[in-house]
Design a protein around this ligand. Structure first.
Ligand SMILES: Cc1cc2nc3c(=O)[nH]c(=O)nc-3n(C[C@H](O)[C@H](O)[C@H](O)COP(=O)(O)OP(=O)(O)OC[C@H]3O[C@@H](n4cnc5c(N)ncnc54)[C@H](O)[C@@H]3O)c2cc1C
Length: 397
């Protein structure tokens, strides 16, 4: 079927935000065309959350987001809270499960959620043009002209929902930033987020030897602390605590690992001293043998606790509660779940997501300088920003 040329709204990007926005705009009677260069919509939803998509969180607050203007996210998140998205998936009978820290995942497959979004888009009458590369966008006579590999389309309103740089193998691109710059909008520098941290030299070798071991730790980076699991890999460290910390880590800085975050380490070491207990035996109560052996080889206590003075035990407790590691770099965009930075939120309205300098041009989702923590917050931002924008498209028709 060949598509008409002129539309009320063109949405670039058929990802989480693009799908949600097209349904919202379509329900308001607008003709909507969604263009994506990927062969299938919503590739990131499909693989997210280990194939089960952590699609929202029961406890979403502005504090779960990193943005140069911390107030920017408030309006959209309060107008479309996670309960609104849960209501939507409930209406479609999606089966889902709650995991730790309020995370909601599909009970079966992430594709069940994609099906719901595609159904909403169909009901709203939105049309799709996939495997279609956008070559050029111009603005003429108060309309956006979009030249693509499948022809020329035009619309009064253009929504940029092309996401960010993470996972280029899923067709992620920096297209949205280029488009923003083309229209004179400021774009903040980007870097990978929610990403494993790698080491070089002997620390990389040590991590490789420990690879596969997971420990329950708390990691501090900057002023943030995350108590979750840490996993050793062949290149360095990963796991939820590390991904979370990576959003706040800057190259050259240390991260501090609390290896026994639920234990009063100094008090326990003193008890060991009193009872003439063995440090190795005590550590075996918490860690796998491979990690105990590694730890004691690298950080031996001069002698068993029974022979240590207070200062020695205090220094050892400090090591266990503040193990400083210096990653050399992140795993890069290939391994990053998100991208920090992006289109400066000062350039767009927090109510409508329309560019302040360019009428009819909107930016939603991850292309903006808004990054959520791990736990369903990034998808919730995609849904909330998309709905606010979709409503505004109707009002500005
Ligand atoms: C491995 C992985 C796991 C994740 N797991 C979770 C999770 O469980 N929970 C969570 O909240 N978040 C998760 N995220 C983050 C989440 O996927 C993103 O924050 C979210 O998808 C952003 O939505 P978006 O619509 O802005 O961008 P996207 O969903 O990335 O969609 C952008 C779309 O634009 C298209 N596009 C890009 N460039 C062009 C172009 N030049 N022309 C046409 N189309 C273009 C892309 O093909 C894509 O379809 C995960 C990310 C990854 C990579």
């Amino acid at each position: 079927m060949s598509l008409q040329q002129d539309w009320d709204v063109i949405i670039l990007g058929a990802g989480a935000a693009g799908l949600m926005c097209s349904a919202t705009a379509g329900y308001q009677g607008l003709s909507v065309l969604v263009i994506d260069h990927a062969p299938k919509a919503a590739a990131k939803i499909r693989i997210s959350g280990g194939g089960k998509c952590n699609f929202t969180n029961l406890d979403v607050t502005p504090k779960n987001y990193i943005c140069r203007n911390p107030h920017f996210v408030k309006s959209a998140l309060s107008r479309y809270p996670s309960s609104a998205f849960i209501e939507l998936v409930d209406r479609h009978g999606l089966e889902y499960e709650e995991r730790e820290l309020g995370k909601l995942f599909c009970a079966h497959r992430a594709s069940d959620l994609i099906q719901i979004l595609r159904t909403e888009c169909d009901w709203a009458g939105a049309q799709f043009s996939l495997k279609n590369a956008v070559e050029r966008v111009t603005y003429r006579d108060q309309r956006y002209q979009v030249l693509t590999s499948q022809g020329r389309f035009s619309a009064k309103q253009l929504v940029v929902a092309t996401g960010a740089r993470s996972f280029p193998k899923l067709k992620a691109s920096g297209f949205g930033y280029e488009l923003a710059e083309q229209f004179g909008l400021r774009v903040l520098p980007q870097r990978p987020g929610l990403v494993p941290l790698n080491f070089s030299g002997k620390w990389q070798q040590r991590c490789a030897e420990l690879s596969g071991i997971s420990l329950d730790v708390a990691i501090s980076a900057g002023s943030m602390r995350f108590a979750e699991a840490m996993l050793f890999t062949h290149q360095g460290i990963s796991g939820p605590a590390v991904l979370q910390a990576s959003n706040y880590w800057q190259e050259g800085e240390a991260i501090a690992v609390e290896l026994l975050p639920t234990v009063d380490v100094l008090a326990e070491l003193k008890k060991l001293r009193q009872g003439a207990g063995s440090l190795a035996k005590w550590l075996h109560g918490f860690w796998p043998k491979r990690f105990v052996n590694f730890w004691l080889a690298l950080y031996p206590l001069q002698s068993e606790p029974a022979n240590c003075n207070d200062a020695q035990l205090e220094a050892y407790a400090r090591l266990l509660t503040h193990w400083e590691l210096y990653p050399s770099q992140t795993g890069g965009y290939e391994k990053a779940e998100v991208t920090l930075g992006g289109v400066d939120t000062d350039e767009v309205s927090s109510k409508t997501f329309e560019a302040k300098k360019q009428p009819g041009l909107y930016f939603i989702g991850e292309v903006l300088d808004v990054t959520g923590q791990l736990g369903g917050f990034n998808f919730q931002w995609a849904w909330a920003s998309a709905v606010a924008c979709g409503i505004a498209l109707g009002e500005n028709r």
